[in-house]
Design a protein. Structure first.
Length: 115
C-alpha cells in the first residue's frame, strides 16, 4: 500500500525559521500571539454566555443559538463578539439592548407561547 504524504503546511508570510529569528523579534511575536489568544478566549466566553441567553429566550439548541447570533451579527453589521457583549450586558441590566438588535431578535426569535 502506498502512502501519500501530506501536503506541507502553508507558512505565514512573516514567519522566520526558528534558527534565524532575532530573539527580540521572536519574543515580540510570542507576546502578540499571547495577546491574541487572550482576546479570543475572552470573546469565546461572552459568545457562549450570549448563546445561553438566546437558547433560553428561543428554546433552541446551542447550534441554532449560534446561527441566530451570526445571522443577527450579519443583519446589524456588528461583530459576533460585540453583539454578544450587547446581549449579555442587557441581560445583566447594565445597558439596554440597541433597538436594531431588539428588532433583529424579535424577527428571528418570536416570543414563545408557553402553556
Amino acid at each position: 500500500m502506498t502512502t501519500i504524504p501530506a501536503p506541507p503546511l502553508p507558512r505565514r508570510r512573516d514567519a522566520v525559521p526558528i534558527g534565524h529569528a532575532d530573539p527580540s523579534d521572536r519574543l515580540h511575536a510570542l507576546e502578540l500571539e499571547v495577546a491574541q489568544l487572550r482576546t479570543a478566549m475572552a470573546s469565546r466566553a461572552v459568545i457562549e454566555q450570549a448563546k445561553g441567553i438566546v437558547m433560553l429566550i428561543a428554546g433552541c439548541t446551542e447550534q441554532v443559538a449560534f446561527d441566530v447570533l451570526t445571522h443577527i451579527s450579519s443583519t446589524t453589521h456588528r461583530k459576533v463578539r460585540d453583539l454578544a457583549v450587547a446581549i449579555t450586558d442587557s441581560a445583566c441590566g447594565r445597558r439596554p439592548l440597541p433597538a436594531d438588535v431588539q428588532d433583529a431578535i424579535r424577527d428571528v426569535c418570536p416570543p414563545r407561547r408557553d402553556g
